[in-house]
Design a protein around this ligand. Sequence first.
Ligand code: FES
Length: 274
Amino acid sequence: MTTTARGVGARGVDSPGRATIEARTLRSDRWWLPPTATTLGLLTFIVYATVRAFQQQYFFADERYLTPFYSPCVSLGCASEPGSSHFGMFLPDHPLLPYAALTLPFLLLFRLTCYYYRKAYYRSFVLAPVACAVPEPHARQTGETRFPLILQNAHRYFFYLAVLISLINTYDAIVAFRHPTDGFVVGVGNLVLLVNVALLWCYTASCHSCRHIMGGRLTHFSKHPVRYWLWTKVSALNTRHSMFAWITLATLILTDLYVMLVARGAITDLRLIG
Ligand code: FES
């Protein structure tokens, strides 16, 4: 049971008029399992991505594979791996400044303000609410109507930046087919980069903001057949947005792991062509 006094001024399950139930919850299923799994999954990604972003090593393999955690490589430190930078090197080489410091903060904000991730971390980290029919520990909840959570509304703008970054990842995947001395080659790493970028597009295109951009604010779909068609496609993807949110966390880690292992010489990239 919550510790808030019942009666006038009390909130949540202790508000006047709410049934007096002594048990913390009447749910007998394992309702704590999804928020616990979500916490572990998100923490795993946060720890891995943070370590890799600051490692500043093993980010470029076979003179053509650039891990997405270092894209675009815009630090002066990228010079340690010739060919890893395609958009200039202008940020200082500092241990506390990731080589992709230009994009990582926006990718983080894009995911952090994502409608699906909000639900996931509100439930798992903030416990607001932790599960249906389980009282949350907070006495007060103002939702996303006030600072700082009102800033979640900036998600649509981070979406535009995420599209730009996905285009850069696509460019990385395409130029990876060209080896500086061997010319056109295809290795397993190319397939890894391609699958990763395709799934990143699925996640980005299935965004709720993207769906709104395609078909929002229209009075008559019949007068906008192209936007209607795009809206139906994005809507179909949108039903799987949470799935893409999790899959892309996994594929980002696996792609980076592959590039890192090849770069360290722990494994050899299998050449399929060239
Ligand atoms: Fe998840 Fe936009 S709603 S990325």
